[in-house]
Write a protein that binds this ligand. Structure first.
Ligand code: OAD
Length: 228
C-alpha cells in the first residue's frame, strides 16, 4: 500500500508562476487593505471593491501557468497516496494534474450564493458584477473564505493530516489560522518537510527544512536518497 502524503501549500508555491504572495515585500497585502478586500466586513461595506479585486485575480489566473513545483507535486501521485491541502484559491494544482485537492480558503473560479451554502457555480475565468443573482435569488459572491468566516473544510483537512506518513509544507508563512494549526494534527512520527526560501514561523516539531524556492526545493526533495 502506498504511504499517505499530504502537501500543505500556500501562496509561495504559485509565486514562480507570477502570482504575488500575500506577506512578502511587494505582496498583495502591501498594495491592498486586507480587511477591505478579504474580510466579511469588507464585503458588507464595499462589495463592488471586493468583487473587482477577485475579478482581477481571476483574470490574472487565466494568464499564468503551473510551474515545476505544481508539476512535481502532481507526479508524487505515482509513488504516494497524495492529498494537497492548499490555502491557495488558484487552480494551478488542478491544472498540473493533482487529483485530490482541498481548497481551505475557497476557489477563484467559483462563485456562490451569499450564504455560501445553497448554490456554488463554476464561472472559470469570467468576471461577474455586484447585483448578479444566483438561481436561488441570493446575491452572487466570490467562493472565497474571508477573514471573519469559518473554514468549512478544516475538520476534513485535519483528519487527513492526522493519517499522513509524510507532510510537505510548501510556500506558506503559517500566519493564518486555522490552516496554520493543521500540523498539530500530525502523527508523532510523521516526517515533515518544509520548503520555503525564508524562515517559517517556528514549528514545534522536528522538521527537515529545505530553504529554497518551491521549484528548486521540490526537485531537491525528490532527489534525496530514500525519499521516493
Ligand atoms: P504568505 O504570503 O503569508 O506566505 C508566503 C510564503 O511563501 C512565505 O513564507 C514566503 O517566504 C514563501 N515564498 C515566497 N516565494 C516563494 C517561492 N518562490 N517558493 C516557495 N516559497 C516562497 O501566504 P500564505 O501563507 O499562503 O487568505 O497566506 C495564507 C493566507 O493569507 C492566504 O490563503 C490568504 C492570505 O490572507 C485569505 O485571503 C483568506
Amino acid at each position: 500500500m502506498k504511504k499517505k502524503l499530504v502537501v500543505l501549500s500556500g501562496a509561495g508555491v504559485s509565486a514562480e508562476s507570477g502570482i504575488s504572495t500575500f506577506r512578502d515585500s511587494d505582496g498583495l497585502w502591501e498594495n491592498y487593505n486586507v480587511m477591505e478586500v478579504a474580510s466579511i466586513e469588507g464585503w458588507y461595506q464595499n462589495p463592488e471593491l471586493v468583487i473587482d479585486f477577485y475579478n482581477q485575480r481571476r483574470t490574472q489566473l487565466a494568464n499564468v501557468e503551473p510551474n515545476d513545483a505544481h508539476k512535481l507535486i502532481a507526479e508524487l501521485e505515482q509513488y504516494f497516496d497524495v492529498t494537497v491541502i492548499t490555502q491557495n484559491v488558484d487552480d494551478l494544482h488542478e491544472r498540473s494534474g493533482s487529483t485530490q485537492i482541498i481548497h481551505l480558503h475557497g476557489e477563484l473560479t467559483k462563485v456562490c450564493s451569499d450564504d455560501r451554502k445553497k448554490h456554488v457555480e463554476d464561472i472559470g475565468y469570467e468576471t461577474f458584477a455586484f447585483g448578479d443573482l444566483a438561481p436561488d435569488g441570493q446575491l452572487l459572491r466570490p467562493f472565497i473564505v474571508w477573514f471573519g468566516e469559518d473554514v468549512p473544510l478544516i475538520h476534513q483537512a485535519a483528519e487527513i493530516v492526522a493519517q499522513a506518513d509524510i507532510i510537505i509544507v510548501i510556500g506558506t508563512s503559517l500566519n493564518v489560522y486555522p490552516a496554520a494549526g493543521l500540523l498539530y494534527s500530525a502523527k508523532r512520527d510523521a516526517q515533515i518537510y518544509v520548503i520555503d526560501p525564508k524562515e517559517v514561523q517556528p514549528i514545534s516539531r522536528q522538521v527537515h527544512f529545505i530553504k529554497e524556492k518551491a521549484t528548486v526545493g521540490m526537485k531537491q526533495l525528490l532527489s534525496e536518497p530514500g525519499f521516493l
